[in-house]
Design a protein around this ligand. Structure first.
Ligand code: SPV
Ligand code: MG
Length: 578
């Protein structure tokens, strides 16, 4: 079941009347189960008409007695119970959002029909069509079958009872004229049509099994006159299964408001199934049948399995995804303030920088936090985190500290610089990203003069999108082409804030690239003079150069890097008031 087409019954029910007001002709396609329902609901073609782009789709769904019965392996003789029909109807309603017209066969007797009306109306069906034959009816298309018409008075009484049983004004009861099917005249059909309309029918359906549309067209012509005469303009429905050379435009011009393609999904599936079965028998393998089969993945797509997979992936990715905070280095630029403490232990507004980070993570249900320590390792304290020491922190960059926790990265992780404060919603935004590698970047850097002595990680986006207030950036544009602290700030589009997420695949790519660089490179690499100085941003640039895609998620506020006394003052001010 796909949740894409979710709609409440009362919202769907009224849609047919709206369509009848708005469209020249309402185009309806048969469905007999959930899958065919999704196909009827979602089928769409796009093209051009007089240089104007057009989109064409079906407006509504026909729940056919012929195809519902046939899909259950039964003949169309009212042998399938209404409960079983209702099950198919609900199956289709559950996965579609377009209005549905139900083929109600004869509707049973007046009492049966009242129950049918209330159940269909409550389910969200927009209309039921009942035919003026005697129960149990026989399908109309087969020649040589004896067709028993119902007395018009008895049938109109059933219509009246149905109309009085419905609650909403949305629901329609359409009377189906079987005169031509039973070998009677156009006049008989017209005579009955008038009686049924006067009994309260919301429209009529004229049926024929002839290839030649003459009788149907004649009926249509006289129907217009008759409805004018009795001042009762109600929609006319046709089912051009046999006279199918007429186009929708021709039918509309003849006065039809609804055209029903009544059995085509079942018939086409039946033909393909027969052929597939025979082809396998013939070849004793299924290879030859592939061209007439949808790929399994297409079915998965149709029924929402790929959507489920993505959601699982997202949940799985984010379910307590490990957070790794490399906090091993010393920051000599703030030594006078830090007074020998690691920066993470510096107190701002009554809490350490690390505790502020932990709170923002915990409020996003992220509790699997590893902090890589180095400088003054033993003074690092916080509840609810794992400390892991990088004894060799002095020899290398923050990247090598990060890699101390590589065992925790394999199923995906988030890397967070130890010196940034951020609002909780930034973390929820990155959690919602589906790309394999996502770096959070700020797009306001060009409004600030570069700070002296501050090392900033600049980013150039692939499309060099310079942010302006009105610009919308689309997901596919959010790709990093360059990253590094030595890029010219004037050509940079963003600044990396020190927060990045890797899925399982992203982490695999990162680790592979890192290991390859450590093993094979000793001299200068990206902006680093040697492998010891190889930074996180160098590794990302190396990955980009190797063809991996690093995406970015753009923000313009909600974070602060603690780098100077001004930053500390600012943070104190904001956090004291928060
Ligand atoms: C159906 O689709 O079940 C119909 C139309 O009633 S027909 O089969 O042409 O009678
Ligand atoms: Mg039928």
């Amino acid at each position: 079941m796909t949740l894409l087409n979710n709609i409440l019954p009362e919202v769907r029910r009224g849609k047919l009347k709206v369509l009848l007001r708005e469209r020249e002709i309402v185009r309806v396609l048969e469905a007999h189960n959930g899958l065919s329902g999704i196909i009827a609901n979602n089928a769409c073609i796009e093209g051009q008409s007089n240089q104007v782009p057009v989109q064409r789709e079906f407006d509504a769904i026909w729940e056919s007695s012929l195809t519902d019965s046939a899909s259950k392996g039964h003949p169309d003789i009212e042998v399938i119970s209404f409960d079983s029909r209702l099950q198919s109807i609900n199956e289709i309603l559950a996965v579609t959002h377009k209005p549905m017209i139900v083929d109600g066969d004869t509707g049973g007797d007046a009492n049966n029909f009242e129950y049918m009306v209330t159940k269909l109306e409550r389910a969200g069906v927009s209309a039921v069509i009942i035919e003026d034959k005697v129960f149990p009816k026989r399908n109309s298309l087969e020649p040589g079958v004896q067709q028993m018409l119902q007395e018009p008075e008895i049938f109109s009484q059933k219509i009246k009872r149905g109309k009085s049983a419905q609650i909403s004004t949305d629901f329609m009861i359409i009377a189906r004229l079987e005169s031509l099917i039973a070998g009677k005249s156009v006049d008989d059909a017209l005579f009955r049509a008038q009686i049924y309309l006067e009994a309260g029918a919301d429209g009529v359906m004229i049926h024929s099994k002839e290839k030649d549309p003459d009788q149907i067209m004649e009926f249509a012509k006289h129907y217009q006159k008759m409805t004018q005469k009795i001042n009762c303009k109600k929609p006319m429905v046709c089912v051009p299964t046999t006279y199918n050379t007429l186009t929708e435009d021709q039918l509309s011009a003849a006065g039809f408001s609804i055209v029903i393609y009544a059995n085509h999904l079942l018939r086409s599936a039946n033909k393909a199934m027969e052929e597939a079965a025979r082809t396998i028998l013939l070849n004793q393998r299924s290879f030859e049948v592939d061209p007439i089969c949808s790929p399994v993945r297409e079915i998965f797509q149709t029924v929402g399995f790929l959507e489920v997979k993505e959601k699982d992936k997202l949940d799985g990715n984010n379910k307590n995804i490990p957070i790794i905070i490399p906090a091993a280095g010393e920051d000599p630029s703030l030594s006078s303030i830090l007074k020998g403490k690691p920066k993470s232990m510096f107190e701002i507004a009554g809490k350490t920088l690390l505790d502020w980070q932990i709170s923002a993570l915990n409020s996003n249900n992220l509790t699997n936090i590893t902090v890589i320590t180095g400088y003054k390792s033993r003074t690092m304290k916080a509840d609810g985190v794992t400390f892991q020491e990088n004894k060799d922190y002095k020899r290398g960059s923050e990247l090598h500290s990060l890699m101390e926790a590589r065992k925790k990265m394999t199923n995906g992780f988030i890397m967070l610089y130890s010196d940034i404060l951020f609002e909780e919603n930034i973390m929820s935004k990155i959690l919602a990203c589906q790309e394999d590698i996502v770096l959070i970047v700020d797009n306001t850097m060009q409004y600030h003069a570069p700070e002296a002595n501050k090392i900033q990680d600049f980013v150039i986006s692939k499309n060099k999108h310079l942010p302006t207030r009105r610009k919308i950036s689309f997901a596919y544009e959010n790709i990093i082409s360059k990253i590094g602290s030595k890029l010219n700030p004037e050509t940079a589009t963003h600044e990396f804030i020190g927060l990045a997420k890797f899925t399982k695949t992203g982490a695999e790519q990162l680790l592979q690239t890192y290991e390859d660089c450590v093993k094979n490179y000793h001299g200068k690499l990206q902006e680093a003079e040697n492998i010891n100085q190889f930074k996180f941003t160098d590794l990302i640039q190396e990955m980009i150069d190797r063809g991996y895609v690093a995406n970015f998620l753009e923000i313009h506020k909600g974070w602060l890097e603690i780098h100077s006394t001004e930053d500390i003052e600012l943070a104190n001010h904001f956090l004291s008031n928060s």
